[in-house]
Design a protein around this ligand. Sequence first.
Ligand code: UDP
Length: 248
Amino acid sequence: MTPQIGNLIYQGKAKDVYETDDPEKVLVKFRDDITAGDGEKKDVINKKGYYNSIISAKFFEILQAAGVKTQYLDLINPGEMLSLRLEMIPLEIITRNIAAGSLIKKFPFKEGQKFDPPIIQMDYKSDEFHDPMLNEDIAVALGFSTRKDLEIIRKTTLKINQVLKEFLEIKGILFPDFKIEYGYDSQGNIVLGDEISPDTCRFWDNETCDVLDKDLFRKGESGVIEAYQKVASLILDVEDKKRWNLDF
Ligand code: UDP
């Protein structure tokens, strides 16, 4: 049954969150806005929200099947995701399998260096403070979470990495790094929220080494939407494509 949509309760840089007639559920609308550098670089890319929502839905479904609690309930239409209402924790949990991006700017790692076990990093989600890296002590002192819950977040993140890395490998995609966010549900459980898409992950074509993510936009290169479409095309199966009327 389609829920009744209520007030806009949160507006992020690429998504809007609306109340529904069920207090436990929200509707997340994926917009076509794209930003980089704390929101300083901005554009609108037609169909970006559409692809990010179907890619995120696919990843959430895979993770739920593997026993990870996620916010995802249903993709009502491409771009409109029915989700569990969460109180979000302002932490960006970044997992790194291959050195890239800010890590090689800040530390003497070589680009392409592999990490096994992966590196898990926490940043404070704040444009005002420019997303600084923080540790458990700071996150606990700021009242964002508890030590016990941060341990749950760490274990869950390692599992998410394992499940998605193996899935993507089969689809011919390398998974250098990604960012996820968690929140608390009404019972105080830690639940995976937000999105998992080319806006929030690095994806590299395993054969051609082509970049298939937001780095194209960050670097001012062309072919952003074609790259997002390629990720969707590689990860979705015939059934998914039928479900979303995709003809690629
Ligand atoms: N990331 C994100 N939001 C942020 C910062 C990073 O989704 O505000 C993602 C980014 O897309 C990449 C990973 O987290 O997949 C690691 O990003 P990094 O720290 O290398 O920062 P970047 O070089 O992207 O600024």
